[in-house]
Design a binder for this molecule. Structure first.
Ligand SMILES: Nc1nc(=O)c2c([nH]1)NC[C@@H]1CN(c3ccc(C(=O)N[C@@H](CCC(=O)O)C(=O)O)cc3)C=[N+]21
Ligand SMILES: [Mg+2]
Length: 285
């Protein structure tokens, strides 16, 4: 088989460390707190939000779920965010994407105080990432989780050809910036990209985040490529598949499985970012 990158294992190791950090913070009188806002009743979003809450609970992090009806006005959501911005018990605020169409996501993400922006979506934090700023700022958790996996499975990124397919705010764009900050040579591909097959055939690292089952076949990549599958596609039979098809059973390639790859890392990094924000807010540091 293609070698699988065990995201679940790395995430569990990380969670052990986070739990011990939380204990130390609590001993200092600092209880990290995260608020998750879910607008609407999308079943997939409900599952993800529940996973996030369960992880927080396991690790000793306070979590508050704010579930607002689909019909919630943007003004009402912004007022809720203001309230959380002013609440000293809340260190981290996450507004679950996607939002209903009548709400402007850009305004919502910009309303979260940059120092509570656990997703790293606020323009100030995006700018810091883009500039590879030295001071602390929160970074998007999915690409950050991928960087953590790469530290273990592909430690030498310097000069390597990295291909990111998909340019979302959640994954592709911050992934591009993080790989660039790690001195990889980054190509960001998207629906208009020409000669994508050739880019795929020559890349050392491919991050696929397009949301289409079997978009990439492992046989199209280099014999020693590392492939990160960010896709989570629920098929009609209820099964979960990524964006990648492993049709190279005997290769030296590395691949993240779905489930058990990038997903658990996203949750672990979200908790890691929450305690980092709590530390930033404390007067002890
Ligand atoms: N503001 C915001 N921040 C996010 O980080 C964010 C978001 N909105 N909206 C949706 C996406 C998606 N996302 C996932 C997190 C964990 C799993 C996860 O735990 N996946 C498991 C499987 C879960 C299952 O069975 O469905 C796995 O891959 O093993 C998946 C997806 C975070 N997102
Ligand atoms: Mg606190």
């Amino acid at each position: 088989m293609t070698k699988l990158i065990d995201g679940k294992q790395v995430a569990n190791d990380l969670k052990v460390q986070i739990a011990s950090s939380v204990k130390k913070l609590i001993a200092l009188g600092i209880t990290p707190g995260i608020a998750v806002i879910l607008v609407g009743e999308d079943p997939a979003s409900q599952i993800y939000v529940r996973n996030k809450q369960r992880a927080a609970e396991q690790l000793g992090i306070d979590s508050e779920l704010i579930n607002l009806p689909t019909t919630t006005s943007e003004a009402k959501l912004l007022a809720k965010i203001d309230q959380l911005n002013a609440n000293p018990a809340i260190d981290a605020i996450l507004v679950q994407a996607p939002l209903p169409a009548h709400i402007n996501e850009e305004r919502v993400q910009s309303a979260i105080a940059p120092e509570k922006d656990v997703d790293g979506f606020h323009p100030q934090n995006v700018g810091a990432l883009y500039n590879n700023a030295k001071s602390y700022y929160p970074q998007a958790n999915t690409p950050r989780g991928i960087m953590t996996l790469l530290a273990e499975y592909m430690p030498d990124l310097v000069g390597k050809k990295a291909l990111v397919i998909g340019r979302s705010i959640l994954v592709g764009r911050p992934m591009m910036a993080m790989l660039n900050n790690a001195d990889a040579t980054v190509t960001l591909a998207h629906r208009h990209t020409q000669d994508l097959d050739q880019l795929i055939a020559t890349a050392d690292l491919i991050v696929v985040a397009v949301g289409e089952p079997h978009f990439l076949k492992m046989s199209a990549a280099k014999a020693d490529a590392v492939v990160i599958d960010v896709g989570i596609n629920r098929l009609e039979d209820g099964s979960l598949v990524g964006d990648v098809l492993d049709d190279m059973p005997d290769s030296a390639q590395l691949l993240t499985p779905v489930p058990g790859g990038v997903g658990p890392m996203t949750i672990a990094m979200l908790m890691q970012t929450t305690i980092e924000l709590a530390r930033q807010h404390s007067t002890f540091e």
